[in-house]
Write a protein that binds this ligand. Structure first.
Ligand SMILES: [Zn+2]
Ligand SMILES: [Zn+2]
Length: 365
């Protein structure tokens, strides 16, 4: 599975380089299905890293800084990205009417407003946190396990990449408000007296854009229900109710960063063992003979190994034996283990034979 994926990736990369002169996705280190905000994030990081101010006199960094800006300029524009995806860099040169003209890379960089130092861009909006229960067996906690969890969530429509439009050029600027999303309305209060009011454009609903024909896959909603698989690592000895946090795995939306998913470990009851922190407890019913003469029995532990539990002498009903080191592994220090408590009850025989009666009579007289 993993191997197949690696091959597939290699193939995609090869295909890209064969098609286009420059691999803009590769330059920014994102994959071809990357979302806008992922592209933005990648550019943000790389452009800071290669900025000439940070690398004075380094020609290679400067070249990288320019390349990143060019890659970002193409991939951040839906229409340019669509042409690039289909026809490569050449497509952009032909379609652009006399070649793709790039802006000054410093202008693109300064759009982000992080050149000044100290000043940070506005906080990105983030979706709400989702709580999910993850039910695990005591065996899985004892041994540690990778659990595959299927998350049903809202995903960005993979067909329109969240634009909601059939084709990139189906998104048009709203002519009613000129793409501003707002309109100025004049009210006459009295002759010669006007009041200007600003209202949300009712034609585009304040978005400034109108989608001419909707994406058939998401029906123009930009998002759809989808499922996503996450591998959750259950660490040995993890506590019940322990949260495992997956960042940005919540519902996707084109304009916001998905919220985090908090998995909460919930242990399902076990047939033999009950957990008490790092210790385990079990009940054992022993026959009268063992209660009087000494105990020896086997129990299958949580790792599948059989352990022998022994005890000499008389065991009273309700007695609790502590078996050192046979409890749960300690979280983060799995070689340190708790104890196993065995709580005894005694099964008395239903009836005694005449011989048994006689023997007991004699023995306890
Ligand atoms: Zn769609
Ligand atoms: Zn409008």
């Amino acid at each position: 599975m993993k191997l197949a994926l690696v091959f597939l990736l290699a193939f995609v990369l090869l295909a890209t380089t064969a098609l286009a002169g420059k691999d803009y996705y590769g330059i920014l280190g994102v994959n071809r299905s990357a979302l806008k905000r992922e592209i933005k994030k990648a550019y943000k990081e790389l452009s800071k890293k290669y900025h000439p101010d940070k690398n004075p006199g380094d020609k290679e960094s400067e070249q990288k800084f320019i390349e990143c800006a060019q890659a970002y300029e193409v991939l951040s524009d839906d229409e340019k990205r669509r042409i690039y995806d289909q026809y490569g860099e050449e497509g952009l040169q032909e379609g652009g009417g006399g070649g793709q003209q790039f802006h000054n890379p410093f202008d693109i960089f300064s759009q982000f407003g992080f050149g000044g130092g100290g000043h940070r861009g506005h906080q990105e909006r983030k979706g709400a946190e989702t709580q999910m229960e993850i039910r695990v067996t005591l065996e899985e906690i004892f041994n540690g396990e990778q659990v595959e969890v299927e998350i049903n969530k809202q995903v960005i429509c993979p067909i329109c990449r969240g634009s909601g439009a059939k084709k990139a050029d189906d998104v048009k600027k709203c002519t009613s408000c000129g793409g501003q999303g707002i309109r100025i309305v004049k009210h006459q209060l009295a002759p010669g007296m006007w009041q200007q009011m600003q209202t949300t454009c009712d034609v585009c609903g304040g978005k400034g854009k109108i989608v001419k024909s909707k994406c058939a896959s998401c029906n123009g909603h930009k998002v759809k229900r989808g499922s996503h698989q996450i591998t959750v690592t259950i660490e040995r000895g993890v506590a019940d109710n322990h949260p495992i946090i997956f960042e940005n795995e919540g519902d996707e939306h084109p304009d916001i960063t998905p919220g985090d998913v908090h998995f909460v470990v919930r242990t399902v009851p076990h047939a033999i063992f009950t957990r008490e922190g790092i210790h385990l407890r079990m009940r054992a019913e022993i026959p009268l003979k063992q209660a009087l003469l000494g105990i020896s029995f086997e129990v299958k532990h949580l790792d599948g190994n059989k352990i022998t539990i022994q005890r000499e002498g008389v065991t009273q009903p309700g007695f609790v034996q502590t078996v050192k080191g046979q409890g749960m592994p300690t979280h983060m220090y799995p070689s340190e283990r708790g104890d196993l408590y065995v709580e005894y009850s005694v099964k008395l025989p239903e009836k005694l034979t005449a011989a048994q009666k006689a023997a007991i009579e004699k023995a306890f007289s």
